[in-house]
Write a protein that binds this ligand. Structure first.
Ligand SMILES: [Zn+2]
Length: 240
């Protein structure tokens, strides 16, 4: 292919930048933070579910306590009424006996309710502890995620900045190279995803190291200063 030696030197230099760019992209793709962020988010979802369950448990326990308190308040009222009836019965023996029994029944029920209240209180305390645990775990997840995001912005941002600098340098070089040569380089680089350009070293490709035998070597040299390695299909600079 027709090309000026100056252009080919620039192209080689531009390839140096391209290789650094590939390396940076790889580093960016290998940063551990995106996986950490995704992990934190899925853990948060699970914890949020747990928090919802705990909230439902708390609501149940609170409802139970309200029911107990309501029943107890109404029993207390009843108790006072019966006591007042006893006080005003004034020696009506049968009436007093029946009322006294009723009073004892109310007292027993209130005792049962008191035990239930203690049980529900203890349950509520357990639920509160669980709630605190879930909240602490959520806080920790938030902290980890925020840290990973901040780190990613710093490290990823620095890599992207370096990449942009390299791209600018490479493009400034390529601007000075013949468009047809740049196009051939770009297509080859795209197809191979790695080094696209090498130098013929005596009878070997400088990249894949294949020995190029007699007839093909003559063909290649006829393409000077820019040919194609018959083995790896990379562009080869042929210096005379
Ligand atoms: Zn080769």
């Amino acid at each position: 292919m027709q090309a000026k030696m100056d252009d080919l030197d620039r192209l080689l230099e531009a390839q140096g930048f391209d290789l650094q760019i590939i390396h940076l992209k790889k580093q960016l793709a290998e940063l551990p933070q995106p996986a950490r962020i995704a992990d934190a988010r899925s853990k948060r979802q699970a914890l949020q579910k747990k928090a919802d369950q705990v909230a439902a448990l708390r609501k149940d326990a609170e409802r139970r306590l309200t029911r107990i308190a309501d029943e107890d308040a109404s029993l207390e009222k009843k108790q006072n009424g019966v006591q007042a009836a006893i006080d005003s019965a004034q020696g009506d023996y049968r009436n007093v006996e029946a009322r006294t029994k009723e009073l004892a029944g109310i007292a027993r029920r209130r005792e049962t309710l008191e035990a239930e209240r203690a049980e529900a209180d203890a349950e509520l305390a357990k639920i509160a502890a669980l709630h605190q645990q879930v909240c602490a775990a959520l806080d920790e997840i938030d902290r980890l995620e925020a840290h990973a995001i901040q780190e990613y912005q710093q490290q990823g941002g620095a890599l992207k900045k370096s990449e942009a600098d390299l791209i600018a340098k490479r493009d400034a070089l390529l601007d000075k190279v013949d468009a047809e040569v740049v196009e051939a380089y770009r297509k080859t680089a795209e197809r191979l995803g790695s080094i696209a350009l090498g130098v013929l070293e005596e009878d070997r490709c400088g990249v894949c190291r294949s020995v190029i035998d007699g007839g093909r070597l003559i063909d290649l040299k006829n393409q000077a200063p820019l040919g194609v390695c018959p083995s790896c299909k990379r562009l080869l600079i042929i210096k005379s």
